[in-house]
Design a protein around this ligand. Structure first.
Ligand code: NAG
Ligand code: NAG
Ligand code: NAG
Ligand code: NAG
Ligand code: NAG
Ligand code: NAG
Ligand code: NAG
Ligand code: NAG
Length: 335
């Protein structure tokens, strides 16, 4: 097996020997990636790029291009990181001009499908001007990481996304039209095809996705769930017990913390900030002693800090601000 690989590589080097290259063995990769290089050039053609972020996308070795990462042995493109580097979720209006200018936009060409080994695709923080997420994204079968957050996509999320059977991280947060209905009548059913997932649907309007909970409940290996500003319908029961990170910030929850929360024994980070939770801070929270992050920021708690909280020895981050907590902070906080 090993020797046939060596032979194949040797053959390839001989075969391309009369093409001119500037660097040593890295250039063998050029031979293998001509097709992928062409696919990237077609992708570039479809994109608007007023700040010339893709100016390095010329020349033979596409593995040297900005945002492209290849397998050093085979030369196949593994990662495409076209995230807008100038923009962040926390961008202020002052920076607006610069940030907008660094956005890529227009169209994502389906030539992407020729990248048969692509594991990671990041198009976040660009501006696709309210177009839909292209359906062919679902055919990028090798993808493990897909980040389309805040890239001004709008409309329904194509259920083909559910075909990404190797996906481990999916971020569709902050799609255009804050509060738009997500996936309308198919109720996130596509999600049930995915497993082992970190999921971020920041600011999607789930209030109409009646069966969302049932569907998410079918993802027993879900590791992270971020649903801030998602306008959730009330919850009753949850099945995803391997969850490590749960982010339900800014959902206007105003009912007692649901009991199912306390069966999430693997939970490490719990974010419940900017809701309408009221006293008492539920006693059952004390079962979640492995938490490293607890955020109860901006709720309506109006009591003393519960003493059991001082028993959370793994905590690294605790936010109780913007409530009406009162009384003294015990010296036990040092623990
Ligand atoms: C390829 O090699 C470069 C330079 O040694 C390294 O920085 C990069 O991480 C490697 N790429 C992969 C995918 O391992
Ligand atoms: C992709 O690019 C090719 C060649 O430029 C063009 O003919 C085709 O219409 C594009 N397709 C999509 C879906 O963008
Ligand atoms: C963005 O979309 C709007 C409405 O569909 C259209 O009028 C406008 O020309 C588009 N802008 C660009 C830069 O394509
Ligand atoms: C992709 O998803 C669609 C709709 O969910 C489905 O009809 C189709 O069979 C899937 N294709 C593959 C290759 O899994
Ligand atoms: C969310 O969707 C529901 C049902 O479609 C709708 O009534 C509500 O106005 C939406 N919320 C926002 C903020 O768009
Ligand atoms: C819990 O998850 C299992 C395994 O995926 C599934 O078979 C079951 O239907 C789920 N239960 C509920 C109440 O959703
Ligand atoms: C919390 O822990 C106590 C004692 O360890 C246990 O009796 C109780 O059932 C737990 N509560 C929940 C909701 O798991
Ligand atoms: C907090 O509770 C006290 C009584 O314990 C009450 O007087 C006060 O109005 C409450 N504050 C708020 C903002 O609800």
């Amino acid at each position: 097996m090993a020797s046939s690989k060596v032979l194949a590589l040797f053959f390839a080097l001989v075969f391309v020997a009369n093409i001119k290259f500037s660097l040593g063995t890295v250039d063998a990769t050029v031979f293998f990636t001509t097709r992928e290089r062409q696919a990237l050039l077609t992708l570039k053609q479809g994109l608007t790029d007023s700040k010339n972020r893709l100016s390095s996308w010329a020349g033979e070795n596409c593995c040297m291009w900005n945002g492209v990462r290849c397998d050093n042995k085979t030369g196949h493109v593994l990662e495409l990181d076209l995230r807008n580097p100038k923009y962040s979720y926390y961008t202020t209006n002052d920076d607006y001009e610069t940030n907008v200018m660094a956005q890529l936009g227009n169209e994502i060409n389906c030539s992407l499908l020729k990248l048969k080994h692509l594991k990671s695709l990041d198009l976040s923080l660009n501006d696709f001007n309210g177009t839909r997420i292209p359906e062919f994204i679902g055919s990028l079968q090798t993808l493990r990481y897909l980040n389309l957050a805040k890239a001004s996509f709008s409309g329904k999320i194509p259920h083909q996304v559910g075909n990404l059977s190797n996906i481990q991280y999916l971020n569709l947060g902050g799609m255009l039209g804050f509060g738009m209905p997500l996936s309308g009548d198919d109720h996130l059913q596509w999600l049930s095809h995915l497993s082992q997932l970190e999921l971020d649907l920041n600011a999607a309007n789930l209030s109409n996705a009646l069966h969302w909970l049932q569907v998410i409940n079918m993802l027993p290996s879900l590791l992270e769930l971020h649903l801030p500003r998602c306008q959730l319908p009330p919850l009753s029961y949850v099945n995803f017990t391997s969850l490590e990170i749960l982010d339900f910030s800014s959902n206007q929850f105003n009912f007692p913390l649901p009991q199912w929360l306390f069966s999430l024994t693997s939970l490490l980070k719990l974010r419940l900030g900017s809701n309408d939770f009221q006293d008492p801070v539920p006693h059952v929270l004390q079962n979640l002693t492995t938490l490293t992050v607890l955020d109860l920021y901006s709720n309506k708690f109006n009591s003393t800090i519960p003493s059991w909280l001082y028993g959370f020895k793994s905590l690294k981050y605790l936010d109780l601000s913007s409530n009406w907590f009162h009384g003294t902070i015990s010296a036990a906080i040092g623990g």
